[in-house]
Design a protein around this ligand. Structure first.
Ligand code: GAR
Length: 213
């Protein structure tokens, strides 16, 4: 069983979807991974309280207690390392991570982002997709590098933009797609179907999921 640490900042719906999928696999005796810890930069994150209630180790490390990004990332890397993760998942962790953290977990650090990267990195992705008039929107899971929402793309889920969409309706459908995409990528990673090579290029086996509709 691979050891997964999940970092969150808020409600944690992707965390819940991942936990549910991993538990279902374990119950079917095809388990690949377990969430060994959930860590948040915000003590009040709803997902943290949910994790605690499930009996998952839940910790917080408040970024407001640190003088610099690097000092925070160094401390965060220590906490994460204590759980000996095979994979670190950023599931709504709303901070840009510096070299200190990214290099420490290179090749085992992935992020889910609510757009079809490289389109719309950063915030307000659904509103920006509507304003740009795109017909297709969605979510991306990628390995993390030091660029904001950068790093090799592992898989994407596609969501059509409808004439009647507002940012919230689009966000709801993208989130639904995220809940399928993230667990699938984690399972593929744990089966060794996706990886980063030493030159930081994506290696993806033909059996790995890379598109979801
Ligand atoms: C998700 O939509 C995730 O893609 C996004 O935050 C939301 C977290 O929701 N992440 C980013 O924007 C990172 N750039 P959740 O807490 O319910 O999983």
């Amino acid at each position: 069983m691979k050891r997964v640490v999940v970092l969150i900042s808020g409600r944690g719906s992707n965390l819940m979807a991942l936990h549910q999928r991993l538990c279902m696999l374990a119950q079917a005796e095809t388990g690949v991974a377990e969430i060994v810890a959930v860590i948040s930069n915000k003590p009040e994150a709803a997902g943290l309280h949910w994790a605690q209630a499930q009996g998952i180790e839940a910790r917080w490390l408040d970024h407001r207690d640190f003088q610099s990004r690097e000092a925070y990332d160094e401390a965060l890397a220590h906490v994460v390392s204590d759980f000996h993760p095979d994979l670190v998942v950023l599931a709504g962790f709303m901070r840009v991570l510096t070299k200190v953290f990214v290099q420490r977990f290179a090749g085992r650090l992935i992020n889910i982002h609510p757009s079809l990267l490289p389109a719309f990195p950063g915030l307000q992705t659904h509103q920006r997709a509507l304003e740009a008039g795109v017909c297709l929107h969605g979510a991306t899971v990628h390995f993390v590098n030091e660029q904001l929402d950068g790093g090799p793309i592992i898989a994407q889920a596609f969501v059509p933009v409808l004439q009647c969409d507002e940012a919230q309706s689009l966000a709801d459908r993208v989130l639904h797609a995220e809940h399928r995409l993230l667990p699938q990528v984690v399972v593929d990673f744990c089966h060794g179907l996706v990886a980063l090579d030493p030159l930081d290029r994506l290696q993806r086996s033909p059996e790995a999921t890379h598109l979801l509709f």
